[in-house]
Design a protein around this ligand. Structure first.
Ligand code: NAI
Ligand code: MG
Length: 497
């Protein structure tokens, strides 16, 4: 019988860990230790204490996993009928729902987010599998009109072995938005979760196997970016790399893939603006902005991390937003606060560094501004929901991704100036637009250079909505039917008759 959330929480607070957590790599349908025998610790950000160990892989493990995925691709998965691939993915969606309580608790422990947020991530993982399960048998080609003497058609073929490098902010949902379309298209996958959050990827690999996925089709390797990620993305048998993370690591990954002329999807974060025009519905917008920046403690690639607001509503809006931000509860994720922890001490230091630097330069802190701890235990890595008000367009906190609960506010004197400020960074992932005037909204949607635009509701959209960046935020799209493209190659066949 599976344990309930309450039982798991009780077990964790009594023992400081959970029984039965996965600890090895998952290769060829089985858990196995790293070839070197080395392990690393993963931390619970809510207590700042280690609670589990995992395999610290290296190039030898990468070799084993890629060989397994290559064999599984050639000998097995590409030959499985598309409808059967779809059935396995559908069973996986159901198995994720059946195991949702344990997956969410483990995700909360590894990442630090609130239990409610982790439960949402697990639901979205199940939904992604369900969506792409339905696509597996609809990847069809076309016939091409070359005249009476030819028969010409295209087919969509799987690219082969694909590598998936996963960040620590959304371990489950980021992994699944890459592997579900890859598996639907007939590719095999080698997944490298982040070293801060390795556990749910291993649990998912086991769930996939139990749902009927043949051995080797989904392998998971744990370890650091340098020891495992780098040799994986540089492996000559890897034909596509899906990467989500920082711009610098994204560049390194692209260079490594270039050696083998492998394709890449890069999702590299952003500094996404929310453009607040004077005629917005302020009550609704306040609540929306609050969650656009403070969900997941602001550790979201597409977080609404800049507010670009018209001067006439600026003072009132910020006063009311600061009051709301100051009331948000924080604490250990398993106690289900409104705001969870920051996933690593490195990330907490990075956030504090940006805010301290802004304070030194005289930026007005309208809310928050400091690191804090879980009140119940006096420990853990937390940062107060923070507002930096009236920041200049070239300021670091406007130009650089902080990846924390820090909102930078820029004031505009017209919708035209708001547009210029919105486009005034090197990023182009997402943007929010708040106005009651549909013409103004659609003109801004046309002119803002970003992969997704949200009008009057930040993060609006679903599994069906393609997601990805412009400019330095990367390229390629995940989710929706667009998300299948990276994993298919068009082949044309033409016969003279
Ligand atoms: P990172 O980009 O270095 O890590 C992301 C993933 O890449 C991890 O799995 C890591 O092990 C792997 N990796 C690292 N070096 C690699 C290499 N040479 N080859 C292949 N894989 C490699 O990000 P990090 O250092 O954890 O966070 C730094 C900053 O990146 C954050 O403060 C945030 O601004 C940004 N970030 C953005 C994310 C997004 O969703 N776009 C997610 C995570 C971080
Ligand atoms: Mg952890």
């Amino acid at each position: 019988m599976t344990s309930t959330t309450e039982q798991l929480i009780g077990e964790y607070f009594a023992t400081g860990t959970l029984a039965g957590l996965p600890s090895g790599h998952f290769i060829d349908g089985k858990f196995r230790p790293a070839a070197s025998g080395q392990t690393l610790e993963t931390f619970d950000p809510g207590t700042a204490k280690a609670f589990a160990r995992f395999a610290a892989g290296d190039a030898e493990d990468v070799e084993a996993a890629v060989a397994s995925s290559d064999r599984a691709f050639r000998e097995c998965w590409r030959k499985v009928a598309p409808a059967e691939r779809g059935r396995i993915l559908q069973r996986t969606a159901e198995a994720i729902r059946a195991n949702a309580e344990r997956l969410a608790v483990v995700e909360t422990l590894d990442n630090g987010k609130s239990l409610a947020e982790a439960q949402g991530d697990i639901r979205s993982a199940a939904r992604l599998f369900e969506y792409y399960a339905g696509a597996a048998d609809k990847l069809q080609g076309e016939t091409l009109p070359l005249g009476m003497d030819y028969v010409s058609y295209t087919s969509l073929e799987p690219v082969g072995v694909t590598a998936h490098i996963i960040p620590w902010n959304y371990p489950t949902s980021t992994m699944v938005r890459g592997i579900a379309p890859a598996l639907a298209a007939g590719c095999t996958v080698v997944v490298k979760p982040a070293e801060q959050t390795p556990l749910t990827a291993l649990m998912l690999a086991e769930i996939l196997r139990d749902a009927g996925l043949p051995d080797g089709v989904c392998n998971v390797l744990t370890g650091t970016g340098v020891a495992v990620g780098a040799p994986l993305v540089a492996h000559e048998k890897v034909r596509h790399v899906t990467f989500t993370g920082s711009v610098n690591t994204g560049r390194t990954v692209m260079q490594a893939a270039a050696r083998n002329v492998a394709s890449v999807t890069l999702e590299l974060g952003g500094k996404s603006p929310m453009v607040m025009l004077a005629d917005c519905d302020m009550d609704a917008a306040l609540e929306d902005v609050l969650w656009a920046i403070y969900s997941n403690s602001g550790q979201i690639c597409s977080a609404g991390s800049r507010l670009v607001i018209e001067r006439s509503i600026h003072a009132t809006f910020i006063e009311r937003l600061a009051a709301l931000a100051g009331k948000l509860s924080h604490g250990h994720g398993l106690r289900n606060p409104q705001i969870g922890a920051i996933t690593s001490l490195d990330q907490l230091s990075k956030i504090a560094g940006y805010v301290d630097d802004a304070k030194v330069r005289g930026v007005r802190v309208a809310a928050g501004g400091s690191a804090t701890v879980d009140q119940a235990s006096g420990s853990g890595w937390f940062f107060q929901p923070t507002i930096l008000d009236g920041v200049g367009p070239q300021d670091r906190v406007v130009q650089e991704e902080i990846f924390g609960p820090v909102l930078s506010v820029q004031v505009a004197d017209s919708p035209e100036e708001a547009l210029a400020l919105a486009n005034g960074t090197e990023f182009g992932l997402a943007a929010g637009i708040y106005t009651r005037d549909i013409k103004k909204a659609l003109r801004l949607a046309r002119d803002i250079d970003a992969g997704q635009i949200y009008i009057n509701e930040y993060y609006a959209g679903g599994v069906e909505t393609p997601f990805g960046g412009n400019k330095m935020s990367g390229f390629g799209r995940e989710k929706g039917l667009e998300g299948l493209r990276a994993y298919c190659r068009v082949k044309s066949v033409t016969a003279r008759i």
